[in-house]
Design a protein around this ligand. Sequence first.
Ligand SMILES: *[C@@H]1O[C@H](CO)[C@@H](O)[C@H](O)[C@H]1NC(C)=O
Length: 789
Amino acid sequence: MMKIFSALFSLAALPAFTLAGDVVPIMSMYVPLPETSLLHGVFHVIKSNARAPVTTMISIAVSTDDTVIWYDHHERDGYDTDGSVAASTRVWGDGDSGNGCAPGVSPCTDATDVLIAGQVIILKNEVPVPRGNAILFDGGDKISASLPIAVTRSAYPSGEPGSMMAGAVEVIEQEQWGTRFVAPVGQDVGSETDAFEYSAFAIMAGDEGATISCPGEFKTLAQGEAVVIRVDQGWELTSDKPIQVDLITGDIGSTYQLRWYSLVPVEQWSNEYYAPVGDTKGETKVTIYNPGTRRITVTCTLPNPNDSYTFRVPAKSIRSSEIIRDGDGAKFSAGAGNNFFAFSSTDTEGGGQIYDWGYPLIPSGSLTNEVVVGLGYGCTDMNCNGDGERSVVWITAVSDATIHVDYNNDGNNVATKSVRALESVYFTDDNDEDMSGARIWAEKNGEPVNIAAAWGQKASLSKSGDDYALDLGTVILPFEPTRTSCSVDIKEDRDGDGEISAGDIVVETIEVFNVGAMPVSEGSIAVETLGGTVNVEATDGRGGTKIYTIEYEVPPGVSTVTGTCEVVPAPPTTSPTSSPTGVPTVSPTAGPTGGPTAGPTGGPTASPTAGPTGGPTGAPTGGPTGGPTGGPTGGPTASPTGGPTGGLTGGPTASPTGGPNETPTEAPTDPPAPDQPTPGDRTITDAPVVFVKGDPHFKTFGGELYDFHGECDLVLLHNPQFMNGLGMDVHVRTKIEDFWSSVETAAIKIGDDTLESWSSRGKHPCGRIQGKDPVEDFQVLCPCGHSLD
Ligand SMILES: *[C@@H]1O[C@H](CO)[C@@H](O)[C@H](O)[C@H]1NC(C)=O
């Protein structure tokens, strides 16, 4: 990199987002689970008397004073585009009441249109299905913010199950989305409580839309569009653009057993996770999914190391830990390279209906020393009926630490508690029975200590039929204490093309916000830009800002610079070879005169997340300068001594998985003469096994090709040559189940004999057909049957 000049200076701390005079979003997210797919694809499948409207509640916790939030409704005028704010978009906290104030702010004036740390915006409304186009707070809406916010989405249907069926899930910012997901459980996985009988991916596309693919199906989703796909264990979903995926599991026909988990993309899976929840009465266990092809050994480390144990997880399978007891958090780890997925479930052994909630464990590499609680109600609708909170915020620290809890994130009322490594502690706010908006952080002697956190029901604080208990919960996402915003201006347009391109001189402005509770110490972090790494000086906590500029030449091969910068650990300084033996008696009179003499000693620990943004900009300037200087010096010295030593050793090892994709254009000219079977003594010795994989591509009786699976009668197989001309036909009748359909009955005709088999309804709506004699048990793998919003 040709850095010709680099200036590093800090301006006096300015209020945040003065960059270029604009307040800019630094994070954005989409509200997952649009109500239409939630009602038809989830609630109604679990319990058929679930009805519209769906009650939606979106909770937004503001972490830092002077945050601006853009709430971009998807209805009517679509999403905002770069540089334009649609009429339906509300902008909260910008001091302009003309574009709205956050709900709850009254009266709404320019002066009151501000957002402060600890403020929790609750957006609650009933959403009709079919949806109509009334502007509501609902799934598919986009939320952006100028400073970090924590968002939780919850919902429940009307009808008999009502709020007992409520689910909640943490909403992940787009930057954390991924392109490859694997189902750690699926509807083919049995469990004591039938917890996975319903298993689905709820998928949503972001700013760029996405084309997703899972076994047998491609589907293009527009910006903010969602789809629910039922899954079997191990199913892989890929996408050309980042998507958000929530895993929903439930027990079909049960009253309340339903759990929602945000799913970490496979590229972020790890071999180490921390679990903050230990609940003896709730029978909390952590389940590990091993996606690999070899068995792995997982170590569960507990606060008392003597209690730690290992267990084995076979390839492509799940195994659960022992119950994690009151007061214990846990670490789950496996050897290097043995990445796995881990999630917690409470209420694992009984009916699974009283305290059922779960959360995904966060990979240890993603943890920080801080969380901000998006939704932390102690009871239903913050009403505990005088009996105390049933739902709590659970914390575990990776090493011994002091935990600080700022209940309202306003700097007042901060409690502290010392904890041992991996101990599980929980917090409630007795003042308002609500932990929403609280900020919790951990340190030891002023150095940050990473924590894992979750919000959910504590079994010993609730009972069966407790109308005030919320049997749901979420993980509380790590809060990144440092955020940056970078912009690039052209200083010298050397090639005169009016654009930033290779060889031009640019000035990059780097704004660093420390939104964490603790100050950033000198030399602990740096910001990496295309022009080099900038060390960040000591910065105050809670809104401390530093601004730097760096000037550099755009390197060759880079077509433009967008100002994407990233916080990294500060580069190591060379350490002295022996420790000083005494205290210095005078202070140095001058700063160091040179930079570090050695580069970092290790390479980057992760691969770059994006490829280069441009190809080479010019043709090579010269060809090769000379021809070869001599011809080959010798011919081959020996003739081959032998021919191939063996023939093929085996035939194909698998049957073809699909039928021919073209119809023959002419009939066979000479059908072989059939051997007429003797009526009455024919037995079918080899029962035909028919597989349908992926999305069904059937023909109707009329010959029309169907690749969507509606309610109809279809020809699955027509083979007049089967058994020397006896002939075999398989017809299926499908039945619509909400927005997909399942095979209800199948008729198999061999010669003149016909038999019918039918599905075992309810259990696996698109699973296995249980046949009668003799052609039984042929399998229809669940297609990516989807319910569209
Ligand atoms: C662990 O076991 C050892 C040996 O039995 C014992 O001496 C020690 O006190 C135990 N540690 C704890 C924390 O219980």
